[in-house]
Design a protein around this ligand. Sequence first.
Ligand SMILES: [Zn+2]
Length: 287
Amino acid sequence: METASFLDAHTHAQFPAYDADRESVLQRARDVGVKMINVGTQFSTSEAAIKLAERFPKEMWAAIGFHPAHAEDDDWHHDKNEQAEAEAEVFDVERLRKLAQHPKVVAIGECGLDYFREARERKPEVGEKQKNIFQAQIELAAELDKPLMIHCRNAFPDLIGILSSGSRLPASHSGIIHFFTGTPDDARALLDLGFSFTFGGVITFAQSYDEVIKLIPIDRILSETDAPYVAPVPYRGKRNEPAYVVEVVKRLAELKGVSTDEMKAQIWKNAVSAMPGLIQDPVFENE
Ligand SMILES: [Zn+2]
């Protein structure tokens, strides 16, 4: 079985990192047959993801959400790749709900828990705030019957605890754990909850993910770049971009013992079962 397209299931082509040359970046993706889901991290980047999907309806979809790194009020997380100017934002589920109803929105996120900064800066109250913001997005996803696009760093026990405790998610499409960094036991728990997993550039240069990729069934694995971050070999150290997802799919195929064509076809099957909004889109084509 062969399909023509690759899928970058979690990327950020709407970010200012591409303002100077976005059209060439998107053309390079098109040239190698890559379609993509652009993922928002707060209101402005979520709205921009939808606008891009409207411009390229056969190639792009959007996920909208509020990233846990933005949960701090006083020490505003600012990454110049993501925001040209630091943009403080109080989480507002009503604003997200309006965006979430757009037909190109196939998932809610990225949302989740990120304790990396919290541990470094000793601010445990931020964890509580992240949990509340995450919970509100879980409820939004359940209400709209859209899957979650989850970001989790150094927080898998809390994440699994929250997701296991009556979150009303449809088990058939609970969502996706983006850039999975948990243990094999975390993977088993999240598989039981119905989640799929995306892997990105890091698997092309680090062996530490091989075991978990071999453990996860092939029908629960997707490919991503998380561009502009963490480019795969042979582009390591450069700005990442969606076209490079091809390298990730090649590595996934090696680890799963299938051909690259089989892997990319499998990823589309996995994507439409994890995110049914893709096939509900009238212009959906994966050829
Ligand atoms: Zn991301």
